[in-house]
Design a protein around this ligand. Sequence first.
Ligand code: DON
Length: 307
Amino acid sequence: MQQLLEQLVETSRKTTIQGKVATYIPALAEADAAHFSVCLTDKGQSYAYGETDTLFTLQSVVKVISFMLAADYHGLTRMMDYVDVEPTGDSFNSIVRLESANTKPFNPMINAGAITVASMLPGDTPTDKVATVLTFLETLLQKEVTINQKTYQSEYDSADHNRAIAYILKANGYLEAGVENAIQTYLQLCSIEVTVSDLAQIALFFAEDGQNERICIDGAILKVSKALMLTCGMYNSSGKFAAFVGLPAKSGVSGAIIAVVKSGAIEILEGPIGIGLYGPAIDEVGNSVAGVHFLMALVKKYNLSVF
Ligand code: DON
């Protein structure tokens, strides 16, 4: 199993030269474009290969976690009053469709929807709201989880576009907190630091439908969260990813991806299986080049598509 993983990782690593690390946030630009690591985990065992000790930030991978936790607090009906579950063909930070009054964000996986969701997390201050997500992750991962302050500061200093989105959301009644509060919450969430094996554990939690010995999330919320990953999780490649990979997945501009295998087998691993990937060289849409390459090969080899 370990040998097979090494082979697949090294084959996919070759594609990293086709991507570039994100540079629009200075702290992200420092990542090593040649890094690529993967962790596969089921309930009993884990296999990891690559630069597995590297810490990186969750970025947009956090969006599906914060949606799930906000929905767990408010219920799906109230969530749907604030954010829709429709894909867009626009870029993740697009502002255009918010322009007309009373247009709620299309989905929680784009920045507009994620900023709304951040404002809906329980608690008053950004610290309280972020604590909801940190506590969830700490309970799941059984370790201390922290925010990368350098990335956060770097995001905060270059957040004018996100602030513009938040002001429109506020004006249209889709923020449950002030603009500054929502932005600080959202950017801290993006700056939560993890390893590739943490990503695999997060993916496993979704593969297990949100039920394990420590945490239990309502099944209906999990279904919506996974549907959102499948339809909107991979930015503007979500359609192609659904067609040619066919797994619920969420990526972030740091090069992180979680992919969820509910049933099926990868050699000695049996579904539910969580897959965590980290390859900071991303394509023009924002997905890890090596990560997508790896998932395509893995799914083909083990027939893992949900379709
Ligand atoms: O909002 C930003 O600029 C980033 N922190 C978002 C992260 C990301 O991965 C892009 N998302 N959809």
